[in-house]
Design a protein around this ligand. Structure first.
Ligand code: SAM
Length: 89
């Protein structure tokens, strides 16, 4: 299972999910690079290796058809509608 966490910010949710899918992979994406440094450091501190963080905008993501996308974030709900519209179009 691959999980894409859009608007991952400092990556706390992304890292939690990576722990839950040790045989899977999580990609955390955020449109600003600053929180991703904290996210990478947090993943290392937590000993999580099945994760990567990338700069990206939800409006211009390069979706892969083989990637199962589960969008999760407690605080960026406003972006859900955009992503779901992209997924079904
Ligand atoms: C409120 S924070 C949520 C961080 C984290 N997901 C959480 O729940 O703790 C929202 C994040 O979405 C990012 N963001 C805002 N617009 C975005 C966009 N168009 N594409 C990707 N990320 C975006 C912001 O940079 C910010 O880090």
């Amino acid at each position: 299972m691959s999980i894409l966490d859009v608007g991952c910010g400092p990556g706390s949710i992304s890292v939690d999910m990576a722990k839950l899918v040790p045989k899977g992979r999580v990609v955390g994406v955020d449109c600003t690079p600053e929180p991703l440094n904290d996210a990478r450091a947090f993943a290392i501190q937590q000993g999580v290796t099945n994760i990567e963080f990338q700069v990206g905008d939800i409006h211009a993501l390069d979706f892969q058809t083989t990637l199962l996308i589960l969008f999760m974030s407690t605080k960026s709900c406003s972006m859900w509608r955009i992503l779901f519209k992209r997924c079904v179009s």
